[in-house]
Design a protein around this ligand. Structure first.
Ligand code: SF4
Ligand code: FES
Length: 241
């Protein structure tokens, strides 16, 4: 199919009330949901609020719910959805600011709690130090480094929806990414956070986070690996201090 009229049914929020708006989009081959939203803004309602930046699946800012599933709007082609009605909503588990725009500050604060950077004991960065890695070392964490912080995993996580203090799947995947990095020396301080009350043992292991991740990061797998490490770490701490 090269072109068809599609109805976008968009969930709106104006700061006080929720309501739905319908718009007819002349969808062409290759047109994305994000382009559909821009079409609405330019042709019907300039007040429609949504977030986007790179338009190429890199920045993570356009994640929304499309026909009930979290997806990147810029990477979802309208005609590939095989439906002439498309429901567009903000991500679950995030506070809505306006229309499709959600509050991400808490998500990034949780991410920062796992110290998402290389921790080195001796480096003072005055002298550049080359830290050579073998491909086999890189492969231990590479998949987990692909996260674009879109929040899709967090939006479907039952543990995140029931406990506001759970750090969530993206933060856990990021913790594992650095723990598995041979250059990192922050194992102990990061494990204290991962094993803590807001860490991996809060996960219900629904596995939906890995299903919806647009970058194939598999946070559920990272959490399983972290749980194994966490059990060893706690046993060692118990018996060896
Ligand atoms: S792990 Fe995947 S779904 Fe979660 S924030 Fe990162 S890219 Fe998005
Ligand atoms: S606009 Fe950047 S990921 Fe979609």
């Amino acid at each position: 199919m090269e072109e068809m009229e599609v109805i976008f049914r968009i969930k709106r929020f104006d700061g006080e009330r929720e309501y739905w708006s319908n718009f007819v989009i002349p969808a062409k081959k290759g047109m994305t949901v994000l382009e559909g939203l821009f079409y609405v803004k330019e042709n019907y309602d300039s007040s429609l609020a949504f977030r986007a930046s790179c338009r190429m699946g890199i920045c993570g800012s356009c994640a929304i719910k499309i026909n009930g599933k979290p997806k990147l709007a810029c990477e979802t082609q309208i005609l590939h959805l095989n439906s002439n009605k498309i429901k567009v909503e903000p991500l679950d588990n995030f506070k809505v600011i306006k229309d499709l725009i959600t509050e991400f500050e808490g998500f990034f604060v949780k991410h920062s709690r796992v110290k998402p950077y290389l921790i080195r004991k001796e480096d003072n960065y005055a002298e550049p130090v080359e830290l050579i890695q073998k491909p086999s070392q890189l492969s231990k964490y590479y998949d987990y480094s692909l996260c674009i912080k879109c929040g899709a995993c967090y939006s479907v996580c039952p543990a995140s929806s029931s406990r506001d203090d759970y750090l969530g799947p993206a933060a856990m995947a990021s913790a594992y990414r650095f723990i598995a990095d041979s250059r990192d020396e922050g194992y102990k301080e990061r494990m204290e956070i991962v094993c803590g009350d807001c860490g991996v043992w809060r996960c219900h292991f629904a596995g939906e986070c890995s299903e919806v991740c647009p970058k194939g990061v598999e946070p559920a797998k990272a959490i399983q690996k972290l749980r194994f490490k966490s059990a060893l770490y706690m046993l060692r701490k118990l018996f060896m201090g």
